[in-house]
Design a protein around this ligand. Structure first.
Ligand code: ADP
Ligand code: MG
Length: 441
């Protein structure tokens, strides 16, 4: 059962390319075995996805679960090849098996105010390598789409010209390969691999900081490529001038082309990203719920995706549709972006509306039908008890009502509470939900 749920979450989620869950018998309640298609996938999962997987599991089962990975059966020959590859580490340098994540394309990239330039420059570079912006230096905080754009450049460039030698490498791997090449005396192979590229994509260059001999090597790689009019694309978490322990000659090379940054997406873009991802995963999620996720997660896109996965997981576990209330519940204990501000009337209205499944417009309307009047009174009561707002202010927030109306609502709910256990429970729950949410301030 747990495996089924997990399967739902993981396979529909953003990393399906990398993961195929094994059959149910590989899960005994404590130990989960996940099949992965290739050593590269394994590497990727270990680096980037393990936390997300663990988190998905913790949503589904309270028990501690250990996770291990096996390579897929039919990959046996490939892992054999992987061995050969170790002996001749640079042998399969330009195979048609690309190192790119098929999900990281320009099509799947959502353009917003703060990444528009980065996106446009990336397309220009992919379509006309080495013609305008060389090197193209893209920087920005974690999880803002730098790697995504870099993969998109690589894949687009290959579509434009299938014969192009596009080499993608993380800086870490570059450093490691360089060290290995020195040890195994395969430095010529190493150089050939990088200096013969048409497009060299090097991700997270900040890792080269302080690594003097790698910097020296990369300086020559850079010059060779640049002189040969080959495109170089570099990403970093900061601009060249802020990378410490970087040789000045490299710093100046990095600054010799186009430098562009990506910034955290603003609200509308966050919503658009969520909508696109949800759709891609085959879920339809209403706007209110999407807006709420986008309000809670402001920092970066990776966390935004994590929150979406969590919501989807929670929904499939509870077997409930995804609405604002469910989002509230699923995300209560992840850092809400708004944790640092005090509870507002809007928070309370939102939570009460979603509990009673009514619209916010109704709550602040003149309407007096019981279905909306009662939730409204309850929300007024909660506002009175959980905030410092005065009665007239509360009245204004609820469609411009008189302070006596608010007072009446509060008195009525207090009275009901005395002998309505269900109501007591409800108030308790809603309060918890609102307060837990803000307790982290
Ligand atoms: P970085 O390399 O800057 O740390 P990534 O490129 O790894 O960030 O992006 C993190 C996640 O967010 C990836 O899954 C990526 O697809 C997604 N992402 C980032 N920006 C966008 C965007 N504008 N549109 C769609 N997905 C995005
Ligand atoms: Mg990255």
């Amino acid at each position: 059962q747990t495996v089924r749920v997990l399967q739902g979450i993981l396979e529909k989620s953003v990393f399906e390319t990398w993961i195929h869950l094994t059959d149910a018998h590989s899960f005994d309640g404590h130990h989960l075995i996940i099949r992965v298609p290739s050593p590269m996938a394994l590497d990727h999962i270990n680096k980037y996805l393990l936390d997300t997987i663990q988190e998905a599991i913790s949503v589904v089962t309270p028990e501690p679960v250990t996770v291990s990975f096996v390579l897929e059966e039919n990959q046996a020959h490939r892992s054999q090849k992987h061995k050969d590859y170790r002996e001749h580490p640079f042998e399969d340098e330009f195979t048609n098996q690309t190192p790119f994540n098929p999900k990281y394309t320009f099509d799947t990239f959502v353009i917003g105010e703060r990444n528009r330039l980065a996106h446009a420059a990336s397309i220009a570079v992919a379509e006309r390598p080495a013609q305008n912006y060389n090197p193209f230096f893209l920087y920005g905080g974690v999880g803002l789409g730098k790697t995504h754009l870099m993969h998109a450049i690589g894949q687009h460039a290959l579509r434009m010209n299938a014969n192009a030698k596009v080499v993608y490498i993380s800086c870490e791997t570059f450093v490691n390969e360089f060290v290995t090449a020195l040890q195994t005396r395969t430095i010529d192979d190493f150089r050939n691999k990088y200096r013969r590229a048409d497009i060299l994509l090097i991700d997270d260059i900040q890792f080269i900081a302080g690594k003097e001999s790698t910097q020296e090597e990369f300086f020559h790689t850079f010059n060779t490529l640049h002189n040969d009019h080959k495109q170089i694309v570099i990403t970093s978490d900061r601009p060249p001038k802020d990378i410490e322990r970087l040789e000045n000659r490299l710093r100046s090379r990095f600054s010799g082309g186009l430098i562009i940054d990506v910034k955290p997406p603003e609200f509308e873009t966050r919503v658009a990203i969520l909508r696109k991802k949800a759709k891609a995963e085959g879920f339809s999620i209403d706007n209110e719920a999407l807006n709420l996720i986008a309000t809670k997660v402001e920092t970066n896109v990776r966390e935004l995706e994590g929150a979406l996965i969590r919501v989807i997981a929670y929904s499939s576990m509870m077997n409930r549709d995804i609405d604002a209330l469910l989002v509230e519940e699923a995300l209560t204990d992840i850092l809400p972006a708004d944790a640092k501000r005090p509870l507002t009337v809007a928070d309370i209205q939102r939570v009460v509306c979603s509990h009673f499944q009514i619209q916010l417009e109704d709550m602040v309307s003149r309407g007096r039908q019981k279905e909306i009047a009662y939730p409204r009174q309850l929300a007024m009561y909660l506002t009175r008890t959980l905030t410092d707002l005065s009665l007239p202010k509360i009245g204004r927030e609820f469609g411009g009502r008189d302070h006596t109306t608010v007072l009446h609502a509060c008195e009525k709910i207090s009275e009901d509470l005395k002998n309505d256990a269900k109501l007591q429970l409800l108030i308790h729950q809603l309060t918890d939900q609102l307060v837990i949410h803000n307790a982290k301030a």
